[in-house]
Design a protein around this ligand. Structure first.
Ligand code: TA6
Length: 286
């Protein structure tokens, strides 16, 4: 269903036959909502989110491409989260099994102005779909439609809904190296058993396993973040640091665990396509 969202910005609402749903804004190709069969929202949108291009939308799942943060010459987090995507009229084939319950295919191609700041022709195809258990899957495909190779860094930045940031833990990143974004990206090794949050937290974990878990004891649930094709993972919570378009208490309600490729840029040769998967599921836990 194609409809008008906040401020008249177009969005697509997709539902499966169990009553689960997600919403994607054409602006940013940004998922803004993901609900389970009980209608519970699994992502967070800032109470002060600004739906007014070219401001990026604070919440849901922003797509950061072709540059993660300020790691290169482009504006921070690249530009595709501030562009209007289109429905992909020529999407990749669906697999023949019945894994896809509800889906949408979007595409972004750079404009002439985009090519002035990043001179590489590409097609970014984004498929968003619900799996059989209501898991949300984002499949990214970046094709080089130019005549020379290019490389990029990226992240998918989901604001996951949690009961309370100080009650949760993130597992699966033990003994890994990380770059601390609060210390000019100095490299450390994490020796803690799991990650807990007591203050501002902003780390790029390097070459992580494919599965990372957000354990929320209070809600008796675990969010499983499964990623393929993006070897790094960013974990972020701003705590009380002022973020302009974030309500003062909003930080308590979310954590971001991001599938990312930061340390080693991804290289795509002409005519070739890179593919990355981010699959998110919520499972009961005690
Ligand atoms: O991925 C974490 C991060 O890079 C943080 O450093 C923080 O700035 C966050 O992304 C949000 O960035 P934004 O540009 O949306 O304010």
């Amino acid at each position: 269903e194609r409809t008008k969202g906040i401020n008249g910005l177009e969005k697509i609402i997709v539902r499966d036959d169990h009553g689960r749903s997600f919403e994607v804004y054409m602006y940013g190709g940004q998922v803004a909502s993901w609900k389970n069969e009980k209608g519970e929202e699994l992502l967070v949108m800032s109470s002060k989110a600004i739906f007014n291009p070219p401001t990026p939308i604070r919440g849901g799942i922003p797509i950061l491409f072709p540059q993660y943060a300020n790691t290169g010459p482009l504006p921070s987090h690249g530009f595709v989260r501030q562009r209007f995507w289109e429905i992909d009229t020529n999407p990749p084939q669906l697999p023949s099994n019945s894994y896809y319950k509800a889906w949408v295919d979007l595409i972004l191609r750079p404009s002439q102005d985009d090519l002035k700041i990043w001179p590489h022709k590409f097609e970014y195809r984004l498929r968003v779909h619900l799996g059989p258990e209501g898991d949300l899957v984002l499949t990214s495909r970046v094709k080089n439609t130019d005549v020379k190779p290019f490389n990029f860094t990226m992240a998918l930045h989901p604001y996951f809904s949690v009961s309370d940031i100080s009650e949760i833990q993130v597992d699966g990143l033990q003994n890994l190296d990380y770059l601390d974004q609060l210390k000019k990206r100095t490299r450390f090794t994490d020796h803690d058993k799991s990650i807990t949050f007591k203050s501002q937290f902003d780390r790029i974990y390097l070459s992580t396993p494919n599965d990372i878990r957000i354990v929320d004891k209070k809600k008796q649930k675990t969010i499983v973040v499964h990623k393929e094709g993006q070897v790094d993972a960013v974990v972020w919570n701003p705590w009380e640091k002022k973020v302009e378009d974030l309500g003062t208490e909003d930080y308590r309600r979310f954590v971001t665990v991001e599938s990312a490729a930061v340390e080693k840029p991804i290289i795509v040769n002409p005519g070739q396509e890179w593919k990355g998967i981010l699959q998110m599921s919520v499972v009961p836990s005690s």
